[in-house]
Structure formats: C-alpha cells, structure tokens
Design a protein. Structure first.
Length: 68
C-alpha cells in the first residue's frame, strides 16, 4: 500500500483522527521520499516521527473497543 492508498483508506473509514494511522502515513511518505533525502535528513525526519509515536503512550487503555 502506498501513501495515497493509505490516505484514501483513512478517509473512507473516517480514520483521519487515529494518531497511529497518521504515524503510518508519515512513515510511508518518508519511505517514498527516501531516495531524494540525504542520510542526515532522513534520520532527522525518522527521529521526529519516532518521537511523535512515543508521545502517544497508552492513551487507548480502557477504550480499545472504541478505537481499534
């Protein structure tokens, strides 16, 4: 699945507010641009995505049925 397909899936399933899918979309877009980035730029962007993912924490505890 490419980033366009993932974005279409997110729109079709009303999942644009699901933070873990937004992280996946950012990762997919980064992967698609990899050849155009220097190693340093890639590492910086990947680190930024990772930091955002870690900030999600366990926000879903207790509401698993609602969000997954």
């Amino acid at each position: 699945m490419n980033s366009k397909q993932l974005a279409q899936y997110m729109e079709a399933t009303n999942s644009i507010s699901k933070p873990w899918l937004l992280v996946q979309l950012r990762l997919k877009k980064l992967q698609e641009r990899r050849a155009m980035l220097s190693d340093n730029e890639y590492d910086t962007e990947l680190q930024d995505i990772h930091e955002d993912l870690m900030k999600l924490g366990e926000w879903w505890r207790g509401i698993e049925d609602e969000v997954f």
